[in-house]
Design a protein around this ligand. Structure first.
Ligand code: 5GP
Ligand code: ZN
Length: 142
């Protein structure tokens, strides 16, 4: 896609700091390192977001995650864990609309990255949860 910054990175038209590449995916350092080693994994084919993946592309891209995660962790003994994050849609903080998966190594609970889920365990009755789940189940295709 001509106007896509990650397509330009994949094509080599914009420089990137690569950590892994094969025929189907590229992994490179995020220009803004949330923590040192923060890596983006992208499919080489342009897809906007997770909603646009077919099963074959998902198998290709997500299958690469463990080995890249292991490599990041092995690269620095200070790395204790790693968050995998995939933003879909502006409301979910997506800013580049070529699908990408963040791998964010974690050095401590006080490093410069956090996720806040809140505690909503008391917010729903079992019937409400069942209704939500049924709405999703009815839409699961292949
Ligand atoms: P999003 O907010 O869409 O989930 O994440 C997009 C990420 O792409 C951001 O973390 C941002 O720092 C990164 N990014 C944006 N432009 C570039 C770029 O030109 N090069 C690299 N390496 N990362 C970029
Ligand atoms: Zn693209």
């Amino acid at each position: 896609m001509t106007d896509c910054i990650f397509c330009k990175i994949i094509a080599g038209d914009i420089p990137s700091v690569k950590v892994y590449e094969d025929d189907d995916v590229l992994a490179f350092l995020d220009i803004s390192q949330a923590t040192p080693g923060h890596t983006l994994l992208v499919p080489k084919t342009h897809v906007a977001d997770l909603f646009a993946y077919d099963t074959a592309l998902a198998e290709t891209v997500f299958a690469r995650l463990p080995k890249i995660a292991r490599a990041i962790k092995a690269s620095d003994p200070r790395i204790l864990g790693l968050n995998v994050l995939n933003n879909n849609g502006e409301v979910a903080y997506q800013s580049v609309f070529h699908s990408h998966i963040h791998l964010i190594p974690r050095y401590s609970e006080d490093d410069d990255f956090s996720i806040h889920f809140g505690d909503h365990t008391a917010d729903y009755t079992p019937a409400q949860l069942e209704a939500i789940a049924e709405g999703i189940r009815a839409k699961v295709g292949d």
